[in-house]
Design a protein around this ligand. Sequence first.
Ligand code: GLA
Length: 522
Amino acid sequence: MFRTGLHYLLAGGVVPNVLSSVLQPTPPMGFNDWSAFMCGLNESVFVDTAHSMVDNGLLAAGYNRINLDDCWSSMERAANGSMQWNTEKFPHGLPWLTNYLKNLGFEPGIYTDAGNLSCGGYPGAYGHEELDAQTFASWGFTYVKLDGCNMPTGTEPEYKAVYGKWHSILSAMDPPLVFSESAPAYFAEAANLTDWYDVMTWVPKFGQLARHSRDTLVWNSTLYWPNIAVRLARFQRPGYFNDPDFLNVDHFDYTLDERKSHFAIWATLSAPLIISAWIPGLKAQEIEYLTNKEIIAVDQDPLALQATLVSQDGTFDVLTKNLANGDRLLTIINRGNQSASHSVSFSRIGIGSTPAVNVQDLWTGSQSYAKNQITASNIASHGTAIFRLSPIGKECEVIPTGVIFNTYSLTTLTTSHGQISWANSTGTDGQVWQTREDGTIRNIIDGGSCLTELKGGKVVLASCAGTTNQQWDYLYSGNVQSRSSYNCLTEEADEAVVTADCLYEDNIQVFGLPSGVAIVED
Ligand code: GLA
């Protein structure tokens, strides 16, 4: 197997023998009505969906949650202040529905909003937190999605206080309810990302998953928006998952290859797999890939790592991460408009000296053998190749390897002709870095040179000498801190790579590093 160091286990956040104490050790899987039905939800949507998921194998494959989204309630609270369901949409009532779903083998979840009104204009929970949590539990729900529309003032401290209150309530219940937090999404598109980064530092402490950015498309929309999950890999750990939103796999505007990519990318990220589609209407080919055991196993891998970028060249995005049994994942997305092949060298995905690896294609199950590099042949336009790699023969070391990029500007640490700079991603070897256990950062072209902080703050590549000005710590804040000056790696406006006084989660000092790097918690 691939061998990883102690730091690597620490990077996972929790060692496997304590996983059982975590409420949601692997990403939740299931169904939510929103993308397919929006406010048109009703009892039969959930009943029919549940029966369909039993019959088509989705439940058996692990999709065991059925979550109601917005617009399930009446427009007014009851006289005693409690929420009440819309009796036209839910004629038998929600306790009846949760019981029905549980009898089929599902865990039911419900939606509410932290503010005064939900995003759809229904009563929000602000000021009613304790009562609403007790009501949802008494109706049989075991999971709460807390949206963040219509907060009284909308400041970051206010979100933190309200989400913290829900955390206290839900985590003290017996049994505790799973807490899905939408707070980060409300800060994701600001010109200054400090508040977004700040929210991301507390959501993992409060709940089990958090929506970090804009919604995936609802059924009739084509307003595409880039997914930005790759900026947040460091926050994920067993028990907490970054949530890039639903698998809207029946969207009319997606090709089959795009749907399969959607699923494979979410699994690569160990993201929640919550399908939002009309499940009874899904075709057999849809069910076939959604129940792919090998890809689900990657999503549900106990290390819970979010894969990180190895390279981005405008056509191919390459992602990698370690898996709990010592295997390595390799995912290659073809963003191009034609089918094409792509090769990735062992050194780019951090595989040290090993003669060869066994390559399992997770779509087909076919096994092959690779030496020095892995080639994905004829990846369809907008398709994704996904491989599980196991070394053949002796153990071999894996070094966290990939791009180092500013999660605001998206520029990438680059070495070219002896100069380092922050540059756009082009996919060259000069943009692929090893983050070693000894704290050094080395480009894969020249393992003898280390990222070095000079007096005055200039940063260069120089021969590795084992000194503290060549050792860096990756902090939970996203800062990369010198062990010599304790200053932080910084992107200056002219693309210069320097260190400067550490600022608080500032746009110019927050970076994404390869998955598996040790993270120093505050
Ligand atoms: C927001 C959320 C969606 C959905 C709607 C409901 O947009 O991000 O997931 O819950 O509100 O109104």
